[in-house]
Design a protein around this ligand. Structure first.
Ligand code: TRP
Length: 334
């Protein structure tokens, strides 16, 4: 890897299946970044223990999320794609940072309060210090850019605070990380029921997963909400219709979109035809990713080599940071 490039780091939770929202909102950005930056992408298996103590499905979930990201275009030869638990230096840095994180600020974190409310019987210290572990992930590679969504902004602000405290107390070791998404507004992928965006916690039928088979994709798209069509030329589109056009923007050809726009404007649109077209374009888009992910997911040898390669790259970077950190803190006794 080229040490002169800016460093990018992000974490991917190994819970749930990737959907179209994840693809356009996150993974596509990672794939773009791998061409321009030195990238570390990590499967946050340790973070998942804060809310998912039952690990029966962990291995399968980790394998799947790795396979899906590679199928979307992440190249394990261009980036360091690794598992958090394989890079033990993370845990060491997490411990040091825990001495710089205050109970009061951790208790005020929005994600902590939400999770504590959802699981009142398991408000563990790992959950409280989740943002500290996330900071360790990022600064372990002295990364400056972190491609994440809005929901992670508070964690990044905390990371900057921890970095400032560390640097102030022990010396300037770490740069301050910031969210980064190519300066564009993050693309929101609307859900198929006209309410909100695609997400794994919402209506499963309104979200298209990269693992959905062709029939499932068709079924979901055909169920999208429509009405009997506009009665006045050039009318404004109701939200649920605008959403269908927006989904078309993601996967259909400009000609196709133009044709349906024109049909809409002169009140000749047939939503059944439009949804059929969208369904076929979605199938064309998702099927190759699904098939590639499936073949990777079931190739234990490939996955093992992939994880080893990622671990090797990540630990090399981690070891050099930890060496600086130990020295800065004063833990170098000989
Ligand atoms: N907390 C992030 C999420 O919920 C996942 C994550 C873990 C992460 N470590 C990270 C994101 C480091 C960016 C950088 O999606």
């Amino acid at each position: 890897m080229n040490g002169k490039l800016s460093i990018v780091m992000s974490g991917i939770r190994p819970t749930g299946y990737l959907h179209l929202g994840n693809y356009f909102g996150a993974v596509r950005n990672y794939v773009k970044m791998q061409e321009e930056f030195e990238c570390f992408f990590m499967v946050a298996d340790l973070h998942s223990l804060t809310t998912h103590p039952d690990t029966k499905e962990l291995k399968l979930n980790v394998q799947r999320v790795l396979a899906e990201n590679v199928a979307c275009g992440l190249d394990p030869d261009k980036v360091a794609l690794y598992c958090q638990s394989h890079v033990h230096e993370t845990a060491e840095l997490y411990l040091y940072l825990n001495m710089l994180a205050y109970k009061g600020e951790l208790e005020k974190t929005v994600t902590f309060k939400d999770k504590a409310r959802q699981h009142p019987d398991n408000v563990n210290a790992g959950l409280l210090t989740y943002p500290v572990l996330q900071t360790a992930d990022i600064i372990l590679h002295r990364a400056i850019y972190v491609p994440v969504g809005k929901d992670q902004e508070q964690h990044l602000e905390m990371a900057r605070n921890f970095v400032q405290r560390f640097n102030h107390r022990y010396g300037e070791i770490f740069p301050e990380p910031q969210a980064f998404n190519f300066g564009e507004e993050l693309i929101k992928v609307p859900s198929l029921d006209g309410a909100g965006k695609m997400s794994k916690s919402e209506n499963q039928y309104a979200t298209l997963y990269l693992s959905d088979d062709d029939e499932m994709i068709r079924k979901k798209v055909m169920k999208a909400k429509t009405d009997s069509g506009p009665t006045e030329p050039n009318s404004a589109k109701p939200d649920y219709i605008a959403n269908i056009f927006q989904l078309m923007q993601l996967v259909s050809s400009p000609d196709t979109i133009q044709q349906f726009e024109a049909d809409y404007d002169n009140c000749r649109i047939r939503y059944g035809d439009m949804k059929k077209q969208l369904a076929e374009d979605m199938v064309q888009f998702i099927a190759p990713i699904r098939e590639k992910a499936e073949s990777i997911r079931t190739d234990e040898k490939y996955l093992r080599e992939l994880m080893e390669k990622g671990e090797e790259k990540a630990r090399q970077s981690a070891r050099s940071t930890i060496e600086l950190v130990r020295e800065a803190i004063g833990l170098n006794y000989y």
